[in-house]
Design a protein around this ligand. Structure first.
Ligand code: MN
Ligand code: MN
Length: 453
């Protein structure tokens, strides 16, 4: 009897049929990535998937009947999908899966447009944790909405179609970078210099602000908007590239937004495809990258409201329902990177191709700010995953005291629900193009399906 614990490499141990399932599954995911680069787009895409699977819109206060498949679209930026099961929720509670669908990016400021040196620019304010230099010299697309005074909303998407123009942030040439190279990476690149070039042809000859005026004319022709309309816009610059297979064996996917689409998508597919008697609440959250604030983030009481509605409909005490419920906080974790080996404890970090990774805790400086899941809950989950043949592993973000991070887990745990973080390990997390393993992606789908079964 082997008494030792070892991670299992999925690619090394999967049979041909499983390997095909892994590869096939990744195709649907790449489409989700390309069509859901912002929280709004991810919600719209998921609503379409849910409706195809028979889900109907839910209004707060509606009675929920056993067997119902419902979704609650929170302001177009967060989504709750509910499967009302036959099982006794006073005993089993609700199985909750939560991932986030916002990703680090450059948001436009509210008065973004200006002209300098014959170029029109858009000023940005970065959203989430980024390394600023990553965003220089790469093709960027503009996604989002402009809300007009009339109540009408205009959707904007420029830079994704083959024939679309893209936007661009400049960097200093190496020939003149002697001063810049002496600065730290944190000091060398300033947020106020993350400005997108949006045009170069002036209207009306040598007029002051002619380029800016011409840009406004083009925007007005295409979207019917004026400069003032930026005041009530949410426009986001994201990498213009599509998701791509990486490696001759196509084992990995490079894409923008793996954090946290790589957990959101398996959550959705597990929810839509798994036959179960459990009541399942599947959440796609907004604002995780800026602390889960706001009424579309997981600190909002809406999750509690919905659980209360479920409890009322089933005639169960809401506090009891919460106490019996369980949650997987499906968020990515760092994958071990041999090129940055000193940042990790290699026994306690997710390894690519070894499956979806559970983080018992997150946080920083001695687990501070972390939901540290209980041994009992993890023991229970080990049994669930083993029964379902899920290859999974455990990890933590990186070396102790090197930094840290948090997830939504603590906000769900806060309302008395057993919660643990479980997600796909990512290389180059928060870079404009991140890398994940297709085997780990499919392992997340299997784990989430087993959890709600
Ligand atoms: Mn995340
Ligand atoms: Mn993140």
């Amino acid at each position: 009897m082997d008494l030792t614990y070892k991670r299992k490499n999925i690619y090394a141990t999967a049979d041909k049929a499983e390997l095909k399932r892994i590869m096939d599954y990744a195709e649907g995911y790449k489409s989700f990535l390309d069509n859901g680069k912002t929280e709004r787009e991810a919600v719209a895409y998921t609503v379409a998937m849910a409706e195809k699977a028979g889900y109907k819109p839910y209004t707060l206060g509606d009675k929920i009947n056993k067997g119902d498949k419902l979704y609650y679209n929170n302001r177009g930026k967060a989504l709750f999908m509910l499967r009302a099961g036959k099982a006794d929720i006073a005993k089993n509670g609700v199985r909750i899966l939560v991932a986030h669908i916002d990703s680090p990016r450059l948001d436009l400021k509210q008065v973004p447009l200006y002209e300098k040196a014959g170029m029109a620019y858009l000023k940005t304010h970065y959203y989430g944790g980024i390394k600023k230099y990553h965003w220089l010299t790469i093709p960027l697309a503009l996604h989002g909405v402009v809300a007009l005074k009339t109540g009408k909303t205009v959707s904007v998407n420029i830079g994704e179609a083959e024939t679309d123009p893209v936007f661009y942030i400049t960097d200093l040439l190496p020939h003149l970078s002697q001063e810049l190279n002496r600065k730290t990476i944190g000091e060398g690149f300033e947020a106020e210099n993350l400005n997108l070039i949006i045009g170069g042809i002036p209207e009306g000859g040598e007029d002051k602000d002619g380029v800016k005026k011409n840009v406004l004319k083009l925007l007005n022709e295409k979207y019917g908007i004026t400069e003032e309309d930026f005041l009530s816009a949410e426009l986001q610059a994201v990498p213009a590239a599509k998701a791509k297979d990486v490696g001759l064996d196509r084992s990995f996917i490079a894409a923008y937004g793996h954090d946290d689409s790589v957990c959101a998508y398996p959550e959705i597919t597990a929810t839509l495809e798994t036959e179960t008697d459990q009541t399942v609440l599947t959440i796609l959250a907004d604002k995780e990258e800026i602390g889960s604030e706001g009424n579309t983030g997981m600190q909002c009481v809406l999750i509690d409201d919905l659980l209360t509605e479920i409890a009322k409909s089933y005639g169960v005490n809401p506090a009891l329902l919460r106490a019996k419920s369980m949650c997987l906080s499906a968020d990515v974790t760092a994958a071990y990177d041999p090129d940055f080996a000193s940042a990790f404890d290699d026994n306690n970090v997710g390894q690519v191709n070894c499956g979806v990774t559970m983080n018992k805790f997150t946080g920083a400086r001695g687990k501070s700010g972390s939901n540290d899941a209980s041994a009992e809950y993890i023991g229970y989950l080990r049994g669930v995953f083993e029964k379902a043949g899920v290859v999974w592993q455990t990890g933590e973000l990186g070396r102790v005291d090197l930094g840290g991070g948090g997830t939504v887990a603590k906000y769900i745990a806060k309302i008395n629900i057993d919660t643990v973080d479980m997600g796909v390990p990512v290389l180059s997390m928060h870079a404009p193009t991140e890398l994940i393993s297709k085997a780990d992606l499919y392992s997340a789908h299997k784990a989430f399906a087993a959890f709600i079964k």
